[in-house]
Design a protein around this ligand. Sequence first.
Ligand code: FAD
Length: 257
Amino acid sequence: MVCIKQVPATTAEKRYTADLRLDRAAAEAVINPLDEYAIEQALRLQESGAVESVGFLSMGPEQAAEALRRALAMGGDDATLVTDPALAGADAWATARVLAAALDRLAPDVALMGMASDDARGSLVPGAVAAMRQVPLLSYGSELRIEGSSARVRRLTADGFDIVEAPLPVVASVTDQVGEPRYASLKGIMAAKRKPMETWSLADIGLSADDLHGSALTRVVETRKPEPKPPTERVENVGADEAVTRIADWLAARKLI
Ligand SMILES: Cc1cc2nc3c(=O)[nH]c(=O)nc-3n(C[C@H](O)[C@H](O)[C@H](O)COP(=O)(O)OP(=O)(O)OC[C@H]3O[C@@H](n4cnc5c(N)ncnc54)[C@H](O)[C@@H]3O)c2cc1C
């Protein structure tokens, strides 16, 4: 089961609602870029015969169904969306709690995730889900393998790589080293329309808003745009001597030399 998050497009302008939540409806939404690598890894395992079925799971607003359809257009068999008004503004703890409960119901051998979301970049959810489900975590794999009743990741390190193995079921996360994600073909896009997708509420996974402390243990108290940088000055289309002089003058004016 590949967990994918729908996020605002990287280039989209991020806007916040009056209560300081990311206004997800205001921006073009995409599959979290790092989750596309997790999708690719899962589909390669299915093509190699190491896994029988590949499904997708997302927690988000109803529009997150679009991200699941795009994943199904790349491949895989089915998808599940957990959506509930009580989940608006869910923080990483609440997200992990919901995904853990949904995965307990889906009971995959592998719950596969990307290494981070593009909007919050917390990288907390995989570890939190593994802890809540009391299953091993194989994180930051540059390759995931399933051998018999075990899973194994190869993780790049500063001076080489680790091979980490654990008995199934596991939670695993992979990096962008697993291989370039495939593009959805027209045939894939058409087939995705017919693939099963279920929509679950909190009650369907045995949770209530109270279980989630109202959806967050944390709250955003302020958002602020970064200070505008001073205008950039370009030195171009001049001779070397003039370029050196102008750069030296610029540095001297700022007491940098
Ligand atoms: C700008 C910003 C800042 C935030 N800061 C915080 C904060 O400081 N603390 C906090 O608790 N929350 C924070 N949040 C909320 C947090 O983004 C969400 O709770 C989110 O769903 C989970 O955390 P993450 O994005 O860091 O996920 P990560 O832990 O970075 O995600 C790792 C992987 O988990 C899976 N995953 C994550 N979310 C989902 C999902 N909704 N559905 C399916 N799979 C998923 C994906 O495979 C993803 O690649 C912030 C949100 C934003 C937009």
